[in-house]
Design a protein. Structure first.
Length: 213
């Protein structure tokens, strides 16, 4: 029994590039070899592990599973992978498997010439020739946000010191100090006309005063 844990998965996934997972089953005399071949060359997969630089595989079988069968499965996987691939394997004994063997493979770090990385317009890298870009709707939303921010900035610039949210120094610069205010001129003719009637005539209505004049 050889256990695999998350640290092993993390080590393999560090190889970067696109990844694949395959599962194969086998029975009979060559069950381990058949299961390994089915896992790495499944017709349901778009790619196989040819040229993979990181491989993690697990062999599950009954109590009669031997180390020789595990080694046979490893040889099949090793031949398909890159010569310098980092291969980690494990085994699990499951009595419910009886005479069956199951091989699970996770492969990553494929040949860059076959699955090149591409940089999309936003600077992010994508694997397998698939460009990971934002859709049209997302770009429209981003453009609307930019326009709204520019409009708010322009409005703030136009308001300037008149804005109620302006800094105290800006408001003080626009206000007139009491010492700088000019007195309002008062006409002396109005005062002379009022004093001509005298204080006693102030109680007489204006239309009666005109008749007396």
């Amino acid at each position: 029994l050889i256990n695999l844990d998350f640290a092993d998965v993390k080590t393999i996934m560090r190889e970067a590039g696109s990844s694949m997972m395959g599962i194969g089953m086998g029975t009979g005399e060559n069950r381990a070899v058949d299961a390994a071949r089915a896992a790495v060359m499944s017709p349901l997969l778009e790619v196989n592990i040819t040229g993979a630089r990181g491989i993690l595989f697990n062999v599950t079988g009954g109590s009669d599973l031997g180390l020789f069968e595990v080694n046979e499965a490893a040889e099949v996987i090793k031949e398909a992978a890159d010569p310098e691939a980092n291969i980690i394997f494990g085994t699990v004994i499951d009595d419910r498997m009886r005479d069956e063997v199951k091989v699970t493979v996770i492969a990553t770090g494929f040949d860059s010439s076959r699955k090149p990385k591409q940089a999309n317009r936003y600077g992010a890298e994508s694997a397998g020739g698939v460009e990971q870009s934002l859709d049209d709707r997302s770009r429209e939303i981003l453009a609307e946000i930019e326009r709204d921010r520019d409009q708010r900035q322009s409005l703030t610039d136009q308001m300037g010191s008149e804005s109620p949210f302006a800094r105290p120094s800006e408001r003080e610069a626009t206000e007139v100090r009491p010492s700088e205010r000019k007195p309002v001129p008062v006409s002396s003719g109005n005062l002379e006309q009022r004093s001509a009637y005298g204080d006693a005539d102030l109680d007489i209505p204006s239309f009666l005063r005109r008749k007396q004049d």
